[in-house]
Design a protein around this ligand. Structure first.
Ligand code: PRX
Length: 660
């Protein structure tokens, strides 16, 4: 409730400037309303028009939306296209082969320009090499690469030959990689010797070797290794090959594999409230269409713009807004290998200055961490750089607090750049609720209104609409082209997680709580309503971290909750019961460190609990359910006001209140 109240008090409004409105793809609220009305009036006609205008079809579609197997919807199903053709060939054919596709800046500052012609040739060579190794349409290829041009080339090469990629973030552990390789049934793995981040070389190939050795992935025949650092790696003859060697003699042209609009473009794993991460399956036309269209609408991309999305290709944002969207519209984008604080905390601003970035898209957590350092050190403050090329700013991944919004607006945008606070998810494939830079009056902390064609709404637990001003469950009422199609290998989970019977079985359940403003109807996201945490814009399932903890031989029981954190949004707090007596003092500290590292190895460093607290027991109801609300209060250091009379051992509340 406090989140709702604080936002309702936000009265600052920033209407778009005349400069932002003039020439914008959607110029003014009337233009927005006209598009939204077109979609309301003729839903299929609207989407068909956009799909015809935005994509190049090898075989035009005749059907638009098929709801006969709801909630397994299909869009444009009899149409055929190729994603890589749409992202590369069509720009080269239009005479734009010499335009820069990617301006790549390495960790050490080395800059490489890659034109559309270069990119097409590199993609074609790798696509040919993959084909030669037997990778074919429908096969799954796992990509475990650092931020690199090769990462984009690998993704594009897979889809060029109709293979479905599954990118695993380079920060995930061998165990997480192994689980994904097994679940997706990969036939090949593309990785690198090492990755460079913040001046340090970090292993990738050795983690991949461990993942493959852990078993279950016998179908992986080829491990293709990009040589990034030249660091020493172990080699399995007959399985491991160098990327530069297999592409060396390949032709620079490669006939694309034309696939149905519904062909799986990629599978990307994300955390849910229960069990293992789920493989979110996306369609070819859906992702391509919406990532391209939102580049034009949300970012108002025009010729001459330089776009920079700071996300990693291992997350959905890096898929839709690095690997597909910008390329599908023929844009020029900056891609960055490193971290925002190396060699100094002004790196983002320095790069905007150096590359004349006009549209900058990042996460609130990055903004919040940079506020702290720049306010302490003028040299790395945005004011020490020339940011005058910036035209539009964006944020994604978590709610942005109005203070951070204002700082971003004033210091980075100099009060001149609209901020698009884009709400969306791995499952939605692209932006859903967001301001439009040339139309929407901005309110700090609100993602404002749904894009045309997106039927977002707020309902109660029974699926009934709630009035504006009242908080509720965020849903989408009609299917849209870029929505997920399935949970890989688990259609039941797709149905129960996203179209639950409790809400009538037809509404897409986003898993977020939200509220609409009484007067404007603007949406404000209040955060997850399920057991999913959002740490630095990354989704982590509490269950996943709990199972990682109990997998440790010392641990008997564990419960994980989130606690608000100034920088990361939320922080992981773990309550742990050991099999032995409850540790205290230095011993507790040492075991906490051990368990933190353990979680880092089981899942990845992003999942490491910030706090670990030991108790002789966990607070439970009579029926044995862990009282999570109570744990959340303990994690925040709040006074306990809930009824604890049913607790067997109230003394554990004192034990669990202490941070380690
Ligand atoms: O809770 C919402 C939050 O991030 C979740 C989706 O996480 P993920 O699938 O990892 O995708 C992140 C990048 C699209 C959502 O359920 N979220 C995302 N964007 C916003 C947000 N919360 C508030 N405001 C946003 N702009």
């Amino acid at each position: 409730m406090s989140a709702i109240e604080s936002v309702l008090q936000e009265k600052r409004v920033f209407p778009p400037s005349a400069k932002a409105t003039s020439g914008a793809a959607i110029s003014g609220m009337d233009a927005y309303k006209a598009l939204a009305a077109e979609a309301e009036r003729d839903y299929e006609g609207f989407w068909a028009r956009v799909a015809r205008e935005t994509l190049t079809w090898h075989k035009p579609f005749t059907k638009v939306l098929d709801e006969s197997k709801a909630p397994f919807y299909t869009w444009f199903e009899d149409g055929e296209l190729n994603a890589s053709y749409n992202c590369l060939d069509r720009h080269v054919e239009a005479g734009r082969g010499n335009d820069n596709a990617i301006i790549f800046e390495a960790d050490d500052g080395t800059v490489t320009n890659v034109t559309y012609q270069d990119l097409l040739e590199r993609v074609s060579r790798l696509a040919n090499a993959l084909r030669k190794r037997g990778v074919k349409k429908g096969d799954r290829v796992v990509i475990y690469l650092p931020m690199s041009v090769e990462g984009v080339v690998a993704m594009q090469a897979c889809v060029r030959i109709g293979a479905t990629h599954s990118v695993v973030f380079g920060g995930f552990s061998s165990k997480s990689l192994n689980e994904r390789l097994v679940d997706v049934g990969a036939v090949a793995l593309i990785t690198a010797d090492e990755q460079m981040r913040g001046g340090k070389a970090l292993p990738l190939k050795s983690i991949a070797d461990e993942a493959l050795a852990a078993g279950g992935c016998e179908k992986v025949k080829d491990v293709i290794v990009y040589r990034r650092t030249g660091g020493k790696v172990a080699w399995t003859e007959g399985r491991d090959v160098w990327l530069h060697e297999i592409v060396e003699n390949e032709s620079a042209t490669c006939e694309p594999e034309w696939v149905s609009a519904e062909h799986p473009l990629f599978i990307l794993y994300t955390s849910g409230s229960t069990g293992k991460p789920k493989g979110v399956q996306h369609s070819t036309a859906g992702i391509l269409l919406w990532s391209a269209q939102t580049m034009k609408w949300t970012f108002d991309m025009k010729p001459g713009d330089i776009f920079w999305c700071t996300a990693d290709i291992g997350w959905i944002t890096g898929h839709s807004y690095i690997a597909y969207g910008p390329l599908a519209i023929g844009a020029t984008q900056v891609m960055f290998e490193g971290v925002p604080t190396y060699p100094h905390a002004g790196r983002f601003w320095e790069m905007i200055d150096r590359h004349k970035v006009t549209i900058f898209y990042t996460a609130p957590t990055a903004i919040r961490s940079l506020i702290k350092v720049s306010e302490a050190d003028e040299k790395v403050h945005p004011k020490s750089y020339d940011l005058s090329t910036l035209r539009i700013l964006g944020t994604v991944g978590e709610p942005i607090n109005p203070e951070a919004w204002m700082w971003y607006h004033e210091n980075v945008g100099k009060g001149q750049c609209p901020i698009v606070d884009t709400w969306w998810q791995t499952e939605t494939g692209g932006h859903m609720i967001t301001p439009l830079p040339g139309a929407t009056p901005l309110v700090p902390g609100s993602c404002t209104l749904p894009l045309p064609g997106i039927m977002a709404a707020i309902v109660d637990e029974t699926g009934q609409d709630v009035p504006n001003g009242q908080g509720g469950i965020l849903v989408v009422k009609r299917p849209w082209p870029s929505m997920l199609r399935n949970v890989w290998g688990d259609p039941k989970r797709y149905q129960t997680s996203y179209f639950p019977e409790e809400l009538g079985g037809k509404l897409y359940l986003a898993g977020d709580g939200a509220v609409r403003d009484k007067e404007t109807g603007y949406f404000t996201i209040m955060g997850r309503i399920d057991d999913v945490l959002n740490v630095s814009g990354h989704r982590l399932g509490t269950m996943e971290i709990e199972s990682a903890l109990v997998a440790n031989p010392m641990v008997a029981e564990a419960a994980v909750v989130g606690r608000p954190d100034d920088t990361t949004g939320e922080a992981v707090v773990a309550f742990v019961v050991l099999k032995r007596t409850r540790p205290e003092g230095d011993e507790a500290k040492q075991i906490a460190t051990e368990l933190r590292n353990w979680v880092g190895k089981e899942i990845g460093p992003i999942a490491k609990p910030k706090d670990i607290r030991f108790g002789e027991n966990l607070p439970k109801t009579r029926s044995g359910k862990i009282m999570r609300r109570l744990l959340r209060s303990l994690a925040k250091g709040e006074e306990i006001t809930q009824d604890v009379s049913t607790l067997e051992n109230p003394a554990i509340l004192d034990q669990l209140g202490e941070a380690r």
